[in-house]
Design a protein around this ligand. Structure first.
Ligand code: BG6
Length: 488
């Protein structure tokens, strides 16, 4: 199957950091379909050779294990072309169209790795140049809007020119191997399903912690913040994967229908819950790995009076038969104590204790997303021998852990998120992409938080870089009698 991958933003940050390295990995793994061409699009006047040199420079900076040899790069570079396009010039789109038509590939993937403000013009111009036919798929990167209205406007525009089945909205968390494994755990195994409900689960915690700050993206982050950047998309998609009902099959719409139901069942916010169940914070200077780092307000492109949240912790519930009354806690932030993304399922304790040391904690399943990718099952066992134990040994329990390390088990076979998602677009698999109604529902749910904060200038809590966020986040969860997993 031949394909053309047309990469708007071909010299931009995302192409540079994620897309080109992912395409090369797919090429190296032999999974990129043969007969492909990658056309970088940008405003610079570059020849194909100059573009190839630019990409080669990029590859000189990736990890050694992922870096191509000279011979590998030469073969990969043979796929790379470049077309200069100024989005305001129809003649540039006509030139692009003739480059594409000359080759007549089976599939044309147009990836808009640009700011969303360009989406409308890009779609209009693509359609005017006849580049929206049935062979074409369009890939949209987040952020898709800044609120519900702008998200709807983008979706409306794109749908004027492309059918929903041609639109691939990326949430790269859905491409992470650990998220694939979460679907496999829930719907490829029967073990946990009978326990996966309110009768057996006490609470669920989703943490996406980063130790990095806003890096060079201060200006972008100022108008974004943690809710728009991480909660509206990545965290809610993880919540859907945890809470959704088993889909009737593995088709994209069957999966997306179930995720949509979860989003629609999220407990609506009230003024009271917005005040009590959401904590927002902003990092102050601190120490990460022994190195002093500046506070958010000192970052490049950030206002010294900024009121943008770099941390959010919240409590919600899913109002349906499976989950009613079970708290779901979501927490994400920059400059936290480590890079650590995980989902913790805390099961209820036994109804009656017969062992001396039996503490009032239940079993725990931890789904590690990163940096480690795997599963931990925490149980209690009799670990002490008669000689070691002073108390009645036959009645003492100790925590033990079953550990599944997927990196170790699957090693180099593992496929990175962008690699997986790019291959899916080329092969027309929509399962791991977000439908417009899911996205709109997620915006509808986060918007009251953003509106509440716009009126409440007092609620921002500073936290030192290198910690787990403001103490109010621990206090929020302690009100329910629980604690964050790293505190237990
Ligand atoms: C992006 C956010 O979507 O996800 C970034 O815009 C964030 O701010 C990144 O750093 C985190 O992704 P990952 O894969 O590194 O956890």
């Amino acid at each position: 199957m031949s394909f053309d991958l047309v990469l708007f933003g071909g010299t931009g940050d995302l192409a540079w950091r994620k897309l080109m390295p992912a395409l090369f990995q797919a090429f190296r793994h032999g999974t990129l379909p043969e007969g492909g061409r990658i056309i970088g699009i940008g405003r610079d006047d570059l020849s194909a050779e100059q573009y190839q040199t630019l990409i080669q420079q990029r590859f000189d900076k990736v990890d050694l294990a992922k870096r191509p040899s000279a011979e590998e790069f030469a073969r990969f570079a043979a796929m790379l072309d470049f077309v200069r396009v100024d989005l305001s010039k129809p003649e540039d789109f006509a030139k692009l169209a003739s480059t594409i038509k000359a080759r007549n590939a089976d599939t044309v993937v147009v990836y808009l790795a640009t700011a969303p403000s360009f989406f409308t013009t890009a779609c209009e111009q693509l359609a005017a140049a006849g580049l929206n036919n049935a062979r074409t798929r369009i890939v949209l990167e987040k952020p898709l809007g800044n609120d519900l209205a702008s998200n709807r406007a983008i979706n409306h525009t794109v749908r004027q020119f492309f059918e929903e089945k041609q639109i691939f909205r990326i949430d790269h968390y859905l491409g992470k191997p650990a998220v694939q494994n979460l679907f496999a755990l829930r719907f490829g195994n029967s073990l946990f399903e009978p326990l996966w409900r309110r009768e057996h689960i006490a609470n669920i915690q989703i943490t996406i912690a980063e130790d990095l700050g806003v890096e060079k993206r201060g200006a972008f982050y100022e108008t974004t913040g943690a809710v728009r950047d991480m909660v509206q998309n990545h965290a809610l998609q993880l919540l859907c994967a945890i809470a959704m009902e088993p889909p009737i099959n593995s088709h994209a719409d069957a999966i997306r229908d179930e995720k949509l139901k979860v989003l629609r069942s999220l407990k609506p916010w009230t003024q009271e819950s917005l005040a009590q169940d959401v904590v927002r914070g902003q990092y102050a200077s601190g120490t990460i790995d022994g190195v002093k780092v500046p506070g958010y307000r000192e970052e490049l492109g950030v206002s010294p009076q900024s009121n943008t949240e770099t941390f959010v912790a919240l409590r919600t519930e899913i109002a349906n038969w499976r989950w009613a009354g079970v708290p779901f806690y979501i927490r994400t932030g920059k400059r936290l104590a480590g890079r650590d993304a995980r989902i913790v399922i805390n099961f209820r304790p036994t109804p009656h204790a017969i062992f001396n040391s039996q503490v009032d904690v239940g079993n725990r399943l931890v789904i590690n997303l990163q940096p480690k990718d795997g599963l931990e099952l925490h149980l209690l066992a009799q670990g002490q021998s008669n000689r070691e134990s002073k108390a009645d040994p036959a009645h003492s329990l100790a925590p033990v852990q079953l550990d599944l390390d997927f990196d170790k088990r699957f090693g180099s076979e593992r496929v990175g998120a962008y690699e997986r998602l790019l291959l899916d677009v080329i092969s027309d698999r929509l399962n791991l992409f977000v439908r417009s109604d899911e996205q709109e529902e997620a915006w509808r749910w986060v918007e009251p938080m953003l509106n509440f904060w716009a009126r409440d200038t007092q609620g921002m809590r500073p936290y030192a870089a290198g910690t787990w966020g403001p103490s109010a986040s621990s206090a929020m969860i302690a009100r329910d009698g629980y604690c964050w997993s790293e505190e237990s």
